[in-house]
Each structure stands twice: as C-alpha cells, then as structure tokens.
Design a protein around this ligand. Structure first.
Ligand SMILES: O=C(O)COP(=O)(O)O
Ligand SMILES: [Mg+2]
Length: 229
C-alpha cells in the first residue's frame, strides 16, 4: 500500500531547466493514495497539473494561501497587505521583474510573487515595515505573503478534509517554502538541489536532484522498498 504524497512542483517534479519531467506522467497517474500538490505557484497551475496527471485536483497553492480539496476551495489570507508592500516597493524604485509576463500574478488571490531579479534588499526592508508579512525565497521567486499561512498548515487542512493523518504523508520538496510541509508530514525528502533550509528540515536528503531524486523515492515507495539515497 503506497502512502499519500505531498509534492512540491518547481525543483521537485521538474528538470533543471524548469520543465515537468516526463516521469511524473509515468509514476503519478496510478498512485493508489491521495496526491496533494503543494506549491508556491498560483492556483490554476497545480490544478492543471493534477488534471493532466489524471489526479483529482487536491492542491495547496500560493504557499498555503489557497487550499482546494475535494471540490472545496478555501482562501486563507488576503491580498491587500502583500499588494500594499509591492506598491510601496515600486514607489521606492523597485521592479517586480518577469519581463512583462503578467501571468505570474494574474490569478493570485493571497500573495504576490516577484522575480528573483528584483531588488531583494529593498523588498525585505519594505516588507519588514508591514506586520504579518514575510518574504519567502524559493529560488524561483520572492513571495510576499502573510505569515499566517504556509504549505504545512495547508497540508493539515487538506489531510483533515481527506480523512487522513498529516503524518501519513510522504513529502518531497526543494526549498524554504517546503520546510513547513516537512514538519507535518511523517516522512520528508529534500532533493539534492534543495536549499539550505529544506536540506536542514528534511528527514532524508537525496543524492539525486530534481525529478531524479523524486522518482527514486516514488519508485521505492511503489515497489515497497525503502527509498535509496
Ligand atoms: O512558485 C515558486 O516560487 C516555487 O514553486 P514550488 O513551490 O512549486 O517549488
Ligand atoms: Mg520547489
């Protein structure tokens, strides 16, 4: 019997150049337990990914700001303060980046994401002036978000709605925004490309990076073996 999964997207289900690794489409469609995709990306991305993987769209998006499980969507933070931070950042000369790609933030309902090209020092100074707001660096974006939400709290909520114990989940991830997931899942794996925070928080740090690492865990779980490192 395979365990339920809590899976990050970027750095975890992807190749080093940011594409979904095709092995996700071999390993996940038949997974015989719930799969919760837990990401910093806006809500439509994990819904689309789950749908095209043939999974039910049980997702944690926007770093826990949005939880959608069993056809119930819950917004756990609001956009006003993150937006105010980004406006103040822009008034002081900061740029959110993304080279004119307006899709990154178009569907966000609880947080704002800035390109990692943005002026991090200025962003952190502006954010520090607003209580209850933090900047999370995933290596793929700077997320301006409420301190009240995170992926781990999202997983507790998702597990409850699925009638499962969060400890029954195996979590795999690569960055700071996965630390809270690792804290509530029973077993946690950081891929080899993981940042310092995720590496320190994981039960196991894998020898292989990106989907090579993730696939090694999923294959071992599927085959009833302990995952190799
Ligand atoms: O949106 C990001 O910055 C990273 O996304 P992830 O949480 O799926 O890795
Ligand atoms: Mg990631």
């Amino acid at each position: 019997m395979v365990p339920p999964l809590a899976l990050d997207i970027d750095g975890t289900l992807t190749t080093a150049d940011g594409r979904i690794d095709s092995r996700a489409f071999e390993l996940l469609p038949g997974w015989d337990a719930p799969v919760v995709i837990a990401t910093g990306k806006a809500f439509p991305y994990p819904v689309a990914l789950a749908t095209f993987l043939g999974l039910s769209p049980d997702v944690i998006a926007e770093n826990g700001g949005v939880v959608h499980v069993d056809d119930e969507t819950t917004l756990l933070a609001d956009l006003d303060r993150p937006r105010a931070v980004v406006e103040a950042f822009e008034e002081r000369g900061g740029e959110i980046g993304w080279g004119g790609d307006t899709t990154v933030n178009r569907w966000r309902e609880t947080e704002v994401a800035l390109s990692t090209d943005a002026d991090e020092g200025l962003l952190r100074r502006v954010a520090a002036e607003v209580p209850g707001i933090e900047v999370v660096d995933t290596g793929y974006a700077f997320h301006v978000k409420s301190t009240d939400v995170n992926k781990g709290e999202g997983l507790v909520r998702a597990a409850d709605r699925l009638g499962l114990d969060p400890e029954s989940f195996v979590a795999i991830g690569d960055s700071e925004n996965d630390v809270s997931t690792f804290a509530v899942a029973g077993d946690s794996y950081a891929v080899a490309n993981a940042d310092e925070a995720a590496t320190a928080a994981a039960d196991v740090v894998l020898d292989e990076g990106f989907m090579d690492g993730t696939a090694s865990v999923l294959e071992a779980l599927r085959d009833g073996r302990g995952p190799s490192r």
